[in-house]
Unconditional design. Structure first.
Length: 316
């Protein structure tokens, strides 16, 4: 491509970014060299080609507990006792805060952000193994009579939701995985700082950290008939608790429903204003996220994405 043609494309992209309100240095974040920066920096050399590319219960009783789930009751608000859930360093004992009214224009992606395709996202390598296993359809298989408690809980849940509504499937899987798997850091389980476990690994160990919960829920919903293109693994910054976190978002009739190991209740993303997405993965495709809200908290604007480890504590 000739340089003048590339510049013409970039000029059009830059104009579009300003038209969408992405000109503020605190919003519209994307990555250059996996470092979060304002997306407009990608419109400048020497990153021309990259810019064009961008836009072209306990484990022991889990199985028994799931058998008694009232699907209708799960459609209502669940009362979660403090300390009763697996967690990421902190227990979600505080009440969920509703999103604050905001007159700023929102994006059309999860949590009202702008999502920008980015196929060079380093986390795609972390997710490749788990995704391949999910697509194989065998990630939740176990030998009859030899399933552990976590595997048995999921098998019971899958049988229970056969033919159920989408909302019942989502509620049941979120509840089941939260109670069948206990929270543990990757260092405790795999003796490394960051490991994205395959569903079979999380079930084998009966424990995992936040992205492992999200991946296992994705596998269970995929087995239950949910399209992978409707499920988004989101790595984010929790502005209330000040740590990196990962959740699964499922798109249902234009709404983003959040499956979170911090709570049993499945909430709309509109009720989780404290969650600020950094990047996401949909069926193996990577996206970077930014906010059009000029008042959004500028978080980790110079932190390499490769060093963002979900569940590993506060930003200092």
């Amino acid at each position: 491509m000739e340089r003048k043609n590339r510049k013409a494309i970039l000029s059009a992209l830059a104009a579009a970014s300003f038209a969408f309100g992405l000109s503020s240095p605190t919003v519209g974040m994307a990555a250059a060299g996996d470092t979060i920066r304002p997306v407009v920096t990608l419109f400048e050399d020497p990153l021309v080609d990259t810019a064009i590319d961008l836009f072209a219960p306990t484990i022991g009783n889990a199985a028994r507990a799931i058998g008694g789930i009232d699907l209708a009751a799960l459609n209502h608000s669940l009362a979660v006792a403090p300390g009763g859930l697996p967690h990421d360093n902190l227990v979600a004992s505080e009440p969920v805060r509703a999103a604050k009214p905001n007159n700023a224009p929102l994006g059309d992606s999860v949590f009202g952000t702008v999502a920008i395709p980015f196929k060079h996202l380093a986390a795609l390598n972390n997710f490749a193994g788990p995704l391949a296993e999910i697509r194989s359809g065998k990630s939740l298989d176990c030998t009859a009579g030899a399933c552990n408690a976590a595997e048995s809980a999921l098998a019971t849940a899958e049988a229970k939701i056969a033919g159920a509504s989408m909302r019942d499937k989502i509620n049941t899987i979120n509840y089941t995985v939260n109670h069948a798997v206990r929270y543990a850091s990757d260092m405790d389980t795999y003796h490394m700082t960051d490991h994205w476990a395959k569903p079979s690994e999380a079930l084998l160990h009966e424990q995992g950290d936040c992205e492992d919960y999200a991946i296992l829920k994705m596998a269970a919903l995929y087995k239950a008939g949910v399209d992978l293109d409707h499920m988004t693994l989101v790595v984010l910054f929790d502005q209330q608790r000040h740590f990196y976190h990962a959740i699964l978002s499922v798109s249902v009739n234009g709404n983003n429903l959040i499956l979170d190991n911090m709570r049993d209740e499945v909430l709309s993303d509109k009720r989780l204003a404290e969650y600020l997405p950094l990047y996401s993965i949909v069926a193996g495709r990577g996206y970077l996220h930014g906010s059009r809200d000029p008042h959004a908290q500028a978080v980790a604007t110079a932190v390499p994405l490769a060093k963002v480890v979900p569940g590993e504590g506060e930003i200092h």
